[in-house]
Design a protein around this ligand. Structure first.
Ligand code: NDP
Length: 236
């Protein structure tokens, strides 16, 4: 059994984030989730936060610190897609995805950093995607935002690695959630035909990897990109 930690999962009211929060509670951690609507699983503290707004993230951290203590494990999971082909993509469609997925992660990790340094312990887990390195038509904005998280985690590892802080990236393939349900049936069939495991992934399969990365056994893993994609992205 790993040491009990204070964990923050962004976007923990549904999908992958909700499953991660459930798993972290089952692992015995103190768990807070951010939500814009709804709430996290039973046993979690739900705080309101908007990833595009540093002040709301700051307020969320202040509330968590007061109720659960300093955040030690950050799972930067909140993210959006706004898919369309390059020639049709507006600058706003590009920058809004970057603002939520990449700059939102920056805002969260920056706010957490002082506390991690003070505690000389931290686990930063960034939710990327197989398309970060595989590429995906119609997702120039999204794949760019997710690829940037690799540089983010590796630079963070070089900045803070000597202080007991690790930073890793999880790159899920096609996981059954609202985000993928929004894809058309044809697109889903096309993905399925390319996945060696011949099935889509389950949210619990992502939560299992997060549980490992947050646990005591993962203390010497940093700057890694962990694919959970049934083999879809092999060769990265
Ligand atoms: P969902 O669309 O089901 O959930 C997204 C979550 O992010 C929600 O909790 C949502 O909150 C939150 N969120 C989005 N924008 C903001 C914002 N501006 N401020 C605060 N919260 C926000 O996504 P998934 O569970 O499918 O995906 C979770 C993560 O995993 C994402 O980063 C996604 O890119 C990544 N991923 C998912 C894959 C998949 O196959 N599902 C594959 C690869 C990566 P709200 O409910 O309020 O909108």
């Amino acid at each position: 059994m790993s040491t009990s930690r204070t964990v923050l999962v962004t976007g923990g009211n549904r999908g992958i984030g909700y499953a991660i929060a459930e798993r972290m509670i089952a692992d015995g951690h103190r768990v807070a989730v951010t939500a814009r609507s709804g709430s996290g699983p039973a046993g979690s503290l739900t705080v309101h936060a908007e990833m595009t707004d540093a002040a709301s993230i700051d307020a969320a951290f202040t509330q968590i610190e007061a109720e659960l203590g300093a955040v030690e494990v950050i799972v930067a999971n909140a993210g959006i897609t706004r898919d369309t082909l390059l020639l049709r993509m507006s600058e706003e469609e590009f920058t809004s995805v970057i603002d939520t997925n990449l700059t939102g992660t920056f805002r969260v990790v920056k706010r957490a950093a002082k506390g991690l340094l003070k505690g000389r312990f931290g686990r930063v887990i960034l939710m990327s995607s197989v398309v970060a390195l595989y590429g995906s038509p119609g997702q120039i904005n999204y794949s760019s935002s997710k690829a940037a998280l690799v540089g983010f985690a590796r630079s963070l590892t070089r900045e803070l690695g000597s202080r007991g802080i690790t930073a890793n990236v999880i790159a899920p393939g096609f996981i059954e959630t609202d985000m993928t349900a929004a894809l058309g049936e044809d697109q889903q069939k096309q993905y399925l035909s390319q996945i060696p495991a011949a099935r889509f992934g389950q949210v619990a399969e992502i939560a299992g990897a997060v549980s490992f990365l947050a646990g005591d056994d993962a203390a010497y893993i940093s700057g890694a990109v962990i694919p959970i994609d049934g083999g879809l992205g092999m060769g990265h």
